[in-house]
Every structure is written in structure tokens, then in C-alpha cells.
Design a protein around this ligand. Structure first.
Ligand code: UTP
Length: 291
């Protein structure tokens, strides 16, 4: 029976070692890009596609995430009494969404983090968003993936071409294009050497998964770095059924990495309605002084 995608899983239990010391006691996912924590970009992206139920996978030192998506009545009353309506709207507009928080007791990898959501997902297809992959808020990546799912009821992965020098950081696919930008995936390799990568097309942090993934993750043994890799479970599915991918040509920032984070901050600040003009002027000045 066809089931609509109503839930999103956001794994946020990783250690964030690329951002130490900032992430020693604070979640990486709460680092702000201009004025919103990066995890809020992912929630807003899914909400725009009609998703209202979120399952957050958290861990040690991640409690700020739970507080961020809760109501803050003292602050709300304070803003109300001072007539700060737009600030009030800014902290209230996601309160209609439902959030469940599950602790991943040990960060045993992305596959394991997703497995933690099993009791809440039940027997439904669901979206997974990795919040440190920031997708241009003006693009409709997740919407296109969900539309493809509605037509084919199969797993859909977000894909992007990456330079050869970065390919070793990703899961990389082999596949054939079945219609513009949609691929039927034939193989996947996790973090290959550039010389053995099957293509320059990498899997990025958006997935539409079907509930049978849980069974395959449960049967997956720890792989690279002792972690239970999602890619290994997906590879097992490939032996029995089809997995598709959507090649995203828009803008994505790997904000889990210092340089990607800085690029996201600069580019999203240049789009921010309040600061964009002054910030652009500042940047132009700064650049002319650098020359
Ligand atoms: P990353 O590969 O970015 O790992 O995980 P990380 O631990 O967050 O960061 P680094 O590499 O140490 O700097 C991708 C996503 O999967 C989540 C992370 O929170 C991140 O959103 N994740 C990863 C988990 O939830 N649990 C894990 O065991 C591993």
C-alpha cells in the first residue's frame, strides 16, 4: 500500500571532531549560520516539503538541540511585552512541528544513528537530512526526491558531482541516467581512493529511505572505523532491488568542515534581508584592501 512521506530523521549524534574545540561541550548542529543554527535550516527545508514530524538522533552534549525546538515561554512573554513581534515570530514559527528525540548512546556511525529511529518511524518511508550539509534554501532538492518517491516508491539518494580531490570523503556511486538528473544506481563505494572511484558522483546528505532499510542495517557489520555504515546497508539492498539517485546541481555547503562553514556563512549572509547590503559593502572593502 502506498504511504506518503510524513517523517524526517535528523541524525545529530556525531562527535563533530572537525570543529573541535567548539564542539567539545556544544553540538556542532547548533553552530549558527548568520542567525540560525545549522539544524534549523534542515528542519525548515523539510517543513517546506510538508513534513511535520521530526525524529532527532542526539547524544552526549546535545541537549541544546532539544531546547531550541521547544517553546521558551519566558522569552516569548518578554518579547510580546516589548512589542518585538518579528523576533517573536522568528522563535515561534516552528512550534507547530512535532519533535521526538532519541539518544544514540555511542556514535557508532550514520547507519546505526538511523537504526535508532526505527521505533518511531514504524512501517513508513521517511526522509533523512544531515544538517551539516546545508542546501541552498531556494532550491527544491528534497521536494524533487519526494516527488520521485511518490512515482516509484523506492529509495532515492541525493547526489552531487564533486572534484577528484574530495572524492575520498564521500560514498561514490556507479549508475546509469534514466531521465534527466535521475540515476538508477548500480554500485556504491564508501570513501574510495580517487583512482578506484567508480565515478565523480557522490552521495550527499539527503535520503528518502523505505522501512526495509532497518532490516539491512541490523544485518550490517561494522565497516570503516568500526562504524555501521549506511552505504553498506544500501549496497546489500542493491543486490535485491533498485535504488535511485537525483543529481543535484544547486548549491550545497559542507558546513561540518571549517572552510565549508565559512563559505555557507558568507553566502547566506549575502542573501539575508537585514544584513546583506552592509555585509556586501564590508566584503568589497575588505577584498579591495587584500589586493
Ligand atoms: P559526520 O561524518 O559529519 O561526523 O556525520 P561527525 O561526527 O558529525 O563530524 P566529524 O567528522 O567528527 O567532524 C554526518 C552526520 O551523521 C551524524 C552526525 O551528527 C552528522 O549529522 N552522525 C554521525 C550520527 O548521528 N551518529 C554517528 O555515529 C555518526
Amino acid at each position: 500500500m502506498f504511504k506518503k512521506i510524513k517523517k524526517a530523521v535528523i541524525p545529530a549524534a556525531g562527535l563533530g571532531t572537525r570543529f573541535l574545540p567548539a564542539t567539545k561541550a556544544s553540538p556542532k548542529e547548533m553552530l549558527p549560520i548568520v542567525d540560525k543554527p545549522m539544524i534549523q535550516y534542515a528542519v525548515e527545508e523539510a517543513e517546506k516539503c510538508g513534513i511535520k514530524e521530526f525524529i532527532m538522533i542526539t547524544g552526549k552534549s546535545k541537549r541544546a538541540i532539544e531546547d531550541h525546538f521547544d517553546s521558551a515561554w519566558e522569552l516569548e512573554e518578554n518579547l510580546k511585552s516589548k512589542g518585538k513581534e518579528s523576533m517573536l515570530a522568528g522563535i515561534q514559527h516552528l512550534l507547530h512541528l512535532q519533535f521526538a528525540f532519541i539518544r544514540q548512546k555511542t556514535p557508532l556511525g550514520l547507519g546505526h544513528a538511523i537504526l535508532c529511529s526505527k521505533p518511531f518511524v514504524n512501517d513508513e518511508p521517511f526522509a533523512v537530512l544531515l544538517s551539516d550539509d546545508i542546501i541552498d534554501p531556494d532550491s527544491n532538492l528534497l521536494g524533487k526526491m519526494m516527488q520521485f518517491y511518490n512515482e516509484h516508491q523506492a529509495i532515492v539518494l541525493a547526489l552531487q558531482k564533486v572534484p577528484k580531490t574530495e572524492i575520498h570523503r564521500y560514498g561514490v556511486i556507479a549508475g546509469r541516467e534514466i531521465k534527466k538528473n535521475f540515476y538508477e544506481i548500480t554500485d556504491m563505494v564508501e570513501k574510495p581512493k580517487p583512482s578506484s572511484a567508480p565515478s565523480d558522483i557522490a552521495i550527499i546528505g539527503r535520503y528518502i529511505l523505505t522501512p526495509d532499510i532497518f532490516h539491512f542495517i541490523e544485518a550490517t557489520s561494522p565497516g570503516k572505523g568500526g562504524e555501521i555504515q549506511l552505504t553498506d546497508a544500501l549496497k546489500a539492498i542493491l543486490k535485491k532491488g533498485s535504488i535511485y539517485g537525483y543529481l543535484f546541481e544547486g548549491k550545497r555547503y559542507d558546513a561540518g568542515d571549517k572552510l565549508g562553514y565559512l563559505k555557507a556563512t558568507v553566502e547566506l549572509a549575502l542573501k539575508h534581508p537585514v544584513v546583506k547590503d552592509e555585509f556586501k559593502e564590508y566584503l568589497l572593502n575588505k577584498i579591495s584592501n587584500l589586493k
